[in-house]
Design a binder for this molecule. Structure first.
Ligand code: NDP
Ligand code: MG
Length: 385
């Protein structure tokens, strides 16, 4: 097991829980990065005393540097500093949200240690590049996303992928499960941010409400486990007790169960292949009641359908979809567009952008990302309140 970690996105939901787990495990913290939250970063830096702290916002970095003057912590800003943070420890937890995580994930994959990967957008857009980079450096990618961690755990001891019939991702269905399209037109940001089972950052919470999150997770599973779309299934499981399953060719279904608590998959990504006592809540089976399963409503929640269709069109199309969705989610959170506009904007950007099935490299991916964001912003302006 490692004795030190770096946390990219330490002020976020996954980042904070990672530091809690690291504290319990007695791990050293080599580096921390975040965007703008100077207050929290100051507290984290004073508590964990990393060698290096990087803020992606220049003003935030300047402000933090003054606040931490009396400590040995180095505060930095810029691309090189971000790369340094990504390779500051044998394990890097990648928990920046959205496509902004990609440079850090790439740098961690190039560094050759363990990449504990929470961020899914980077895999959706640049999965093959990340995997090639990791293969060259010898880095191992261990998923943190609860469904993919569950699958990772269910695959232990069964190295032969030919024995796997299907990966089954569970989905809670989010706060709007069962609503009609007319009801969905009227939902508010506050309602969308109130996830029934999980407490997460705002972007992924909205993605869970539209079910784009599950769509991104289908693509994430394709990339992580080299599985074609036909071998990945999504099932609604409202209780979020079974975190996902692997169906083997003999018909055996192996599932991972636990309380909906991200500290468990975070810790497993840090301690794998070992298991250690965890601060996560332990599931009491007798009190968790009945477990339910049903098929997702692809028409009512078209983001899932769009993501599954896009998954087979290559990484340029996935990048375009992801970028448009990020812009639309951000506009919805600012209450500029409505909930159902998120899919409308994403679908229109996809329809109006030509995407090759093969995508060259990082530069090309970043170009598709910015083309899609530009168009999404125009469409958002047209729809805006
Ligand atoms: P949050 O929004 O809570 O946190 C995001 C973190 O990223 C913050 O530390 C933020 O810094 C930082 N950040 C944002 N933009 C930048 C940037 N441009 N450069 C550097 N840092 C930046 O997100 P979550 O923790 O919820 O999610 C993180 C990732 O993990 C996402 O990809 C999500 O899909 C995935 N994930 C999350 C789960 C969860 O339970 N939360 C579950 C499974 C996956 P600051 O706030 O200081 O600006
Ligand atoms: Mg998940």
């Amino acid at each position: 097991m490692t004795d030190a970690i770096a946390v990219l996105g330490s002020t976020g939901s996954i980042g904070r829980q990672t530091l809690e787990v690291a504290g319990e495990l007695g791990l050293r913290v080599g580096a921390l990065t975040a965007g703008r939250n100077v207050e929290l970063m100051e507290r984290q830096a004073r508590k964990y005393l990393p060698k290096l702290v990087v803020m992606s916002d220049r003003l935030a970095a300047r402000n933090l540097k003054i606040r931490l003057q009396d400590t040995p912590v180095e505060v930095a800003f810029g691309e090189q500093a971000e790369r340094d943070a990504s390779s500051a420890a044998p394990v890097t937890v990648c928990a920046v949200s959205g496509m902004a995580a990609l440079p850090g994930v790439m740098a961690a994959a190039a560094a050759g240690g363990r990449v504990a990967l929470a961020n899914k957008e980077s895999l959706v857009c640049a999965g093959s590049l990340i995997k090639e980079t990791a293969a060259r450096s010898g880095a191992e990618i261990i998923p943190v996303d609860s469904e993919h961690s569950a699958i990772f755990q269910c695959l232990q001891g069964n190295a032969d992928r030919a024995e796997v019939a299907r990966l089954i991702l569970t989905a809670s269905g989010g706060p709007f499960f069962g609503m009609t399209p007319a009801q969905l037109e009227k939902v508010t940001v506050k309602e969308a941010l109130a996830h029934p089972n999980w407490s997460m950052g705002p972007k992924i919470t909205i993605d869970s409400a539209t079910m784009m999150n599950k769509g991104l997770e289908v693509i994430e599973a394709m990339r992580l486990y080299d599985m074609p779309l036909e071998k990945i299934d999504v099932v609604i499981h409202r209780e979020s007790i079974i975190h996902s399953l692997v169906e083997y060719v003999d018909g055996a279904l192996i599932a991972q169960l636990g309380a909906p608590d991200m500290r468990l998959p975070i810790q497993y990504a840090l301690t794998y292949p070992k298991r250690l006592p965890s601060p996560a809540h332990i599931l009491d089976l007798a009190s968790c009641g009945l477990l339910s399963f049903s098929r997702p409503d692809m028409e009512g929640f078209p983001c899932l359908k769009t993501a599954m269709e896009t998954s087979v069109r290559g990484e340029a199309a996935c990048t375009v979809m992801n970028a448009a969705n990020e812009e639309a989610v951000s506009a919805f959170i600012r209450e500029y567009i409505g909930f159902t506009d998120i899919h409308a904007v994403t679908a229109e950007v996809l329809e109006r952008t030509d995407c090759p099935t093969e995508c060259g490299g990082l530069d090309e991916i970043m170009e598709y990302d910015s083309i899609a964001r530009e168009l999404a912003k125009k469409l958002i302006l047209q729809r805006g309140k």
